[in-house]
Design a protein around this ligand. Structure first.
Ligand code: HEM
Length: 449
């Protein structure tokens, strides 16, 4: 391939560690700074060389060509430690289409009204336990909602309430140590430190709990009308060996639990944080939920009228995309933009970087849900990719939007959450971007509490 430029190296690399320090110290600032250096920029993270795609059109091209830009690279190598190679999010291109065909029916739009009922019931359950004046650990409360929703829609309650709490702790432990592990060189990741031990214990227990549920379901043979039944009964019209193997069901269940809980909890936590900082938007939201819900929990049929609520979720997904960085591995020599990428290269794409480009968004750091008002000029296509695009696009995108919208409406119809005086909210980077230590005081909006 002639006429191709080499990919420029981002400035300020240190010997041996490269750009590891800024990436660990202030990852969001670091990732955003890269677009000033070109459409593709090379970074060095200890032993890893990665090419970061800074341009929205090139990001789209890489995502759409998922045979050449296949799942892999440092993030997915770590993800595979827990979700295996056979899960929908981690499997390679060669096995992906069949798995996606088998799992897609579980997310058929016709199933959403039933899932929405579970979403509302779980949210009511959690917010109904809050007391006036209580200081809430918001991320934990939101994780409780999303874990309950996932357990209810995946297993229709096969995970008894007593077992939900240890699973929740294991999911949290897994996520807490994840970011540090991504760039940890072997054998450091196997040293018997308390962090490594807790991580391995959490992922082994999680797997054990889910495998037990799958085994029970395989034996009882009943259709429970939930996601797990949809997977176990999945039939591939293009392949007579039809159903999913135990390993595929198990990896996919763990994937759904991990992909669907922290992400949605993160967007809800950020939305509550941002609303408390923007009282005028909060007041308009209160007016909307009061008019639409009239005291009841939000239901699937309310969605078309929860317009502002949905725009708040979309804007939160833009400003603080839970999936902020992902890696790919290049499987054949290829060109991207004017550059040659040899087979074996590791590539990074970042919804966060794209969502914060000043050439794509006016005032990209401002929280402005009205930029999604269809009456206003809309940002260019591919400027918004919280759920990615192409064949590996999030399978749970509508599920997550429904869950987040219903939960935010139900929460804000009943409660107002305020920051504690002097509280600084910083991002914590796990696999998902979420607030670190967000404590807020809950005040009832009606006298019912
Ligand atoms: C706000 C919530 C969510 C966000 C921001 C989000 C984001 C994403 C993103 C960016 C990807 C692509 C990853 C990549 O390019 O490597 C993805 C894939 C995926 N997500 Fe989500 N997700 C969310 C919720 C969910 C939920 C609720 C589920 C399931 C119940 C789910 C299941 C998956 C799966 C299985 C994949 C892999 C799809 C495939 O490769 O075919 N996600 N998600």
């Amino acid at each position: 391939m002639t006429g191709l430029r080499s990919v420029p190296v981002a400035p300020k690399a240190l010997p041996l560690v490269g750009h590891l320090m800024p990436l660990m110290r202030n990852p969001l600032e670091f990732i955003n700074s890269l677009s000033a250096h070109g459409e593709l920029v090379r970074i060095q993270l200890g032993p890893f060389t990665l090419v970061v795609i800074c341009d929205p059109e090139l990001t789209r091209q890489a995502l759409v060509d998922d045979r050449v830009f296949d799942k892999g690279g440092p993030i997915f190598d770590r993800v595979r430690e827990v979700v295996g190679n056979d899960g929908l999010a981690s499997c390679p291109h060669r096995t992906h289409r069949r798995l996606r065909r088998l799992t897609q029916p579980a997310f058929h739009p016709a199933r959403l009204p039933d899932y929405a009922q579970a979403m509302s019931a779980c949210t009511e359950d959690v917010v109904g336990s809050w007391r006036a004046g209580q200081i809430l650990d918001v991320c934990t409360e939101m994780m409780t909602i999303t874990c309950k929703v996932t357990a209810a829609t995946l297993f229709s309650g096969a995970l008894p309430p007593g077992e939900l709490s240890p699973v929740l702790n294991d999911v949290k432990t897994f996520f807490d140590g994840f970011y540090q592990r991504i760039f940890m060189i072997s054998p450091l990741d196997r040293l018997p430190t308390s962090g490594n031990r807790a991580h391995v214990r959490a992922r082994t227990r999680l797997r054990g709990a889910f495998d037990q549920i799958i085994a029970q379901r395989r034996t009882d043979g009943v259709d429970h009308d939930d996601l797990l039944s949809a997977l176990i009964m999945a039939h591939d019209p293009e392949d007579d060996s039809h159903s999913m193997t135990d390993a595929e069901v198990s990896d996919t269940i763990v994937t759904f639990f991990l992909a669907g809980t922290e992400t949605t909890a993160a967007v809800l936590s950020w939305a509550l944080d941002l609303l408390a900082r923007h009282p005028r938007i909060e007041q308009r939201l209160h007016a909307e939920v009061d008019a639409v819900l009239d005291g009841a929990a939000a239901s699937h049929s309310d969605l078309p009228r929860l317009e502002l609520t949905q725009r708040i979720i979309t804007e939160t997904l833009r400003l603080r995309p839970p999936g902020w960085i992902f890696t790919r591995t290049v499987t054949a020599d290829t060109r991207l933009g004017g550059h040659l990428l040899p087979a074996g290269s590791s590539v990074v794409y970042s919804p966060y970087l794209i969502h914060h480009r000043p050439d794509l968004y006016d005032e990209p750091e401002a929280f402005d849900p009205d930029r999604w008002d269809p009456k206003r000029p809309q940002p260019p296509r591919h400027a918004l990719l919280p759920f990615a695009t192409g064949a590996r696009k999030c399978i749970g995108d509508t599920f997550a939007m429904t869950e987040a919208t219903l939960a935010l409406a139900t929460i804000t119809a009943r409660w107002r959450l305020e920051h504690l005086p002097g509280q600084q909210v910083r991002p914590a980077l796990g696999l998902a971007l979420r607030p670190r230590r967000l404590h807020m005081r809950a005040t009832p909006r009606t006298d019912a509490h």
